[in-house]
Design a protein around this ligand. Sequence first.
Ligand SMILES: [Zn+2]
Length: 486
Amino acid sequence: MAMHHKLAVILDHPQNDAEFLLVKQTRPPKFDDDEYDSFVDSDLWDLPSAQLNLLEGQSESSVAVQGAESWSEKIELTKFDLDSALNSILEQVGFKAADAGDWKLWKYVEEAQFGPGPPINSVFVRGKLVNADQTLQETCKWMSVESCLSWLQEVKPRCERVGPLIVAGLLNEFAQTRELQIPSTLPYQEYPPGVVLVPMGSRTGKPFRTTNLIVFAPKNVPNDSGKNGFIACGDALIVDPGCQSKFHEELRQIVAALPRKLIVFVTHHHRDHVDGLSVIQRCNPEATLLAHENTMRRIGKDDWSLGFTAISGTEEICIGGQRLIAIFSPGHTDGHMGLLHASTHSLIVGDHCVGQGSAILDVTSGGNMTDYFQSTYKFMEISPHALIPMHGRVNLWPKHMLCGYLRNRRGRESSILKAIENGAETLFDIVANVYSEVDRSFWIPAASNVRLHVDHLSQQDKLPKGFSLETFYRSSVAFSENVGKL
Ligand SMILES: [Zn+2]
């Protein structure tokens, strides 16, 4: 598989060994829209980094990096253009190559297979600023491991944030998660600390091939977790075990190594989120399942016949002393549920958003556009520090991403209205008009969204007088036949 690389630099403080340099990360571009631009994510700090490309031809990098040989099985550093990457990083932070001492290869981290693109692996080099007289740019600051951990784990509303590179490069050894036994064939990511994401092959829709299995297994389980007020308490939590059967053995190994007091949380009932439930109930019959009623009634007895607790949102769960809050977020389906990890303020959003691309709502399971918009605003009000979708990477600009979803849905809705005003009467006409530039394999899921947009337009009384909802609904039956013929 093709691979991409990133170079990250840990630059130690010239006088204080405990501190290293972080740089304020560039924000995604504004929307040029007053409403969307009013939702602002807090500042994000991380190690300075740059893309690391392969060298062309016979050229060689002139930067000497100590210890590179000991990693040579994983990465042959001499094949990469370290000069350019390092220069661009030093430029970002306002230093010159001469300001830093020797470089040493600190760590090489392979990214988990989030998809849809190839993983981006990170090369961490560590050096020290030797010229102590340098003044620091406004976009840079010195931080210690302790202060980074407290920013990550004791999140205060709207406070500044620390990104994933520093966690993978330096903080993971201080992690709060117990030793997980995750098969070596499954690279995983722990970010924020305490939240483990394992992308596992699943029967999901294109362009993704995996569903993120999320595991919480805090190291220090307190004896008294203060059971008051919690709907469920456990020593470990698993979210959305949705892997397909060929990964069931791996899932079994993960579950077998977790504590017996296990809570299983599913965001919604789609196969790519529940396909592994049967493995969990065989492996740990003491496990309890938490899900919305509308989700639970769509999950078969073969998948789950053990203990089950219905949740409706706002309930709190206690896992090894850590608090998680269920958040009812209908839209994708009518039983869809998000989950907020209180201490890191990271929000698991199920299929409300995906790592890349747009949301698909399921018209056959109570998907609803009005609900979808309301749930999106509910998520923005929470002002999460990180957004965790079940397909793709963690998103570090949650409000920006959610606004992008709002804008995208509203844009589609206005094109749908325009198509109707221009005479489109059937589902097929509208889809063919609005999604003409999209590959036809996406027309069936897109049609689900179109039906829900038409409902939403009708609720807002925006449809033109001559438009017949009856004709439109009748036409949706013929739609799949028409698409099939293409
Ligand atoms: Zn789904």
